[in-house]
Design a protein around this ligand. Structure first.
Ligand SMILES: [Zn+2]
Length: 109
């Protein structure tokens, strides 16, 4: 399966260029390929739960705290560079790391 990762990079002269590298599709490790992320597994302790109001508890029990996995945007699959040691792949991984940090920050509110 031939996939590519492409992104826009800005050169030192301020020009935008599109870069792309060959990639493989792999199951997302964060959600184990489910595309959903159980927010409450990490966040809720029994002590917290007892402090919630009824509505919040009902939401929780219905799975209302499941959210789309921020890592794979709910697809359950992520693209990883086929050749992670190449110069371009390194650039991409650096960008991707920064993007992920942002997504995770936002998902925590
Ligand atoms: Zn995921």
């Amino acid at each position: 399966m031939n996939q590519t990762i492409s992104w826009i990079s800005t050169t030192s002269c301020g020009e935008e260029q599109e870069l792309s590298i060959p990639a493989n599709e792999e199951p997302c490790q964060v959600c184990q390929g489910k595309g959903l992320f159980d927010l409450h597994i990490r966040l809720v302790s029994l002590e917290e739960f007892t402090r919630w109001n009824l509505e919040e508890k009902e939401d929780y029990l219905r799975g209302g705290y499941d959210m789309e996995c921020p890592e794979c945007s709910g697809r359950g699959l992520v693209l990883v560079p086929a050749d992670p040691d190449s110069e371009l792949a390194r650039q991409y991984l650096e960008l991707d790391f920064a993007r992920r940090e942002r997504v995770w920050e936002e998902s925590r509110g």
